[in-house]
Ligand binder design. Structure first.
Ligand SMILES: [Zn+2]
Length: 215
């Protein structure tokens, strides 16, 4: 196994269908990126109103100090019926942000809102590394992943601590607890011989293997 390291300045864009998608899907990676000099982070959440909007706006800067967050306020659970608005909203974000790395839900996620964002992202941004994150859930749609971010024991626990602190409106859900999040990170860690990890599917990866190869 080899480690791939993004070169130089990295502008990261995180897309979520709902408040908490981003932090659940890639919160550990964001804690790591926060320690990388020359990294910027913008979060865009397509749905969320009231308390959930407030939580989304406050959460991301906890994981990545200085992160900016936009909550677009489209209808939760109904994104496919608002395909044109979602596409337009993302095109508008693309007019303002040319990221080098994008985190987004999986295009085959069992939740229709996640799936829509995961499918739109590669039609809107064609020159970024897109890493599709996973969101564990009742539907049981876990699958084989391609790219992993190893996480120390401490960082994995920090992620869960911040999730609990950042989303008080969600902690009552029957599936939401420390074991749920730590278990998935432990499982993904075992797949790369690390204690914990987050796993992603890369939609397309370009490898520059040396002088003379790139055009
Ligand atoms: Zn969600």
């Amino acid at each position: 196994m080899i480690d791939l390291v993004p070169p130089g300045r990295t502008d990261v864009l995180c897309l979520g269908a709902h408040p908490d998608d981003i932090e659940v899907g890639c919160g550990g990676a964001l804690l790591s990126l926060a320690e990388r000099p020359g990294t910027t982070l913008t979060g865009v959440v397509l749905t969320g109103e009231g308390t959930r909007r407030d939580e989304a706006e406050a959460a991301l800067p906890q994981f990545f100090p200085g992160a900016s967050v936009e909550v677009l306020g489209l209808p939760d659970g109904r994104l496919p019926a608002h395909w044109a608005e979602a596409k337009e909203a993302l095109e508008s974000v693309a007019g303002r942000h040319r990221p080098t790395v994008i985190f987004a839900p999986r295009p085959d996620d069992a939740h229709q809102d996640h799936r829509l964002v995961g499918q739109l992202v590669t039609t809107v941004w064609r020159d970024a590394l897109v890493l599709h994150y996973e969101i564990p859930k009742w539907d049981g749609d876990l699958t084989r992943m391609t790219h992993y971010v190893p996480l120390s024991e401490e960082r994995a626990h920090r992620k869960v601590e911040l999730l609990n602190k950042s989303f008080p409106s969600q902690v009552h859900r029957d599936w939401w607890d420390d074991d749920f999040f730590l278990g998935l990170m432990r499982l993904r860690g075992a797949e790369i011989r690390s204690r914990h990890a987050e796993a992603y599917i890369a939609s397309k990866v370009r490898l520059d293997l040396g002088p003379g190869g790139a055009t």
